[in-house]
Design a protein around this ligand. Structure first.
Ligand SMILES: CC(C)(COP(=O)(O)OP(=O)(O)OC[C@H]1O[C@@H](n2cnc3c(N)ncnc32)[C@H](O)[C@@H]1OP(=O)(O)O)[C@@H](O)C(=O)NCCC(=O)NCCS
Length: 185
């Protein structure tokens, strides 16, 4: 998979013009700014206010690029007018779980409900099916109070298989952590 490869350039179903591409090693700063802004929002992601330093983000990016090269992960970035507005990935596990990969997605505030989530899911699942060797199961977890994400995941055939009561903190408050999976061939 060549670095920075463009996989989509056009309109979402709801008319937003975006470009979607794989990352390259120059993306450390924009990814760092993106995650830190999202973290401050305390939305439905693991980062709930914590800030990431550029060198940590660059290390994460280099690891992701290596895993993309090795066909262990896929990761896509969405841009609107050259600004990063979304990130999605499917990251492969190891050893006895090497047939499983974990899905993640986020869209920047101001760009949600414009069809990016649906387009992203369609693209990243296709990329995973094409590039991740031996992939059988895509796994995800979602905050129990994230109705938009649950609705999106159901539309793409993900099924709930468990829930840890109070298993994740949303803005400091415990909510159920729901686990979902989808089989792929
Ligand atoms: C959840 C998220 C990824 C969805 O992406 P999105 O671009 O906003 O979603 P889309 O515009 O593609 O809409 C996809 C579906 O989500 C649901 N949806 C979107 N906006 C909604 C809203 N305001 N209310 C209810 N459902 C909504 C609908 O089912 C919609 O499908 P439809 O267009 O057929 O009705 C995005 O809102 C986001 O990043 N939110 C903050 C972080 C987050 O929740 N990440 C997920 C972590 S598990």
């Amino acid at each position: 998979m060549s670095k920075g490869l463009v996989v989509f350039n056009g309109k979402t179903e709801k008319g937003l013009d975006i470009l979607v591409r794989y990352p390259n090693s120059d993306d450390g700063q924009i990814l760092c700014d993106y995650i830190n802004t999202l973290s401050k929002e305390k939305t439905f992601i693991l980062f709930q206010g914590e800030q990431v330093k550029l060198d940590e983000e660059q290390k994460y990016l280099e690891l992701q690029l290596k895993n993309i090269e090795r066909n262990k992960s896929v990761l896509l970035l969405a841009f609107y007018n050259n600004s990063l507005i979304g990130v999605t990935s499917i990251e492969g596990k190891d050893k006895a779980e090497k047939h499983i990969a974990s899905f993640g997605i986020s869209i920047a505030q101001g760009f949600r409900a414009k069809g990016v989530g649906k387009l992203f899911m369609d693209l990243i699942i296709k990329e995973a099916e094409q590039n991740l060797k031996g992939l059988k199961i895509i796994l995800l977890s979602v905050f129990g109070d994230n109705e938009v994400a649950k609705s999106l995941y159901n539309k793409f055939g993900f099924q709930e298989f468990g829930s840890l009561p109070g298993g994740i903190l949303h803005a400091g408050k415990p909510v159920d952590h729901i686990y979902m999976y989808k089989k792929v061939d």
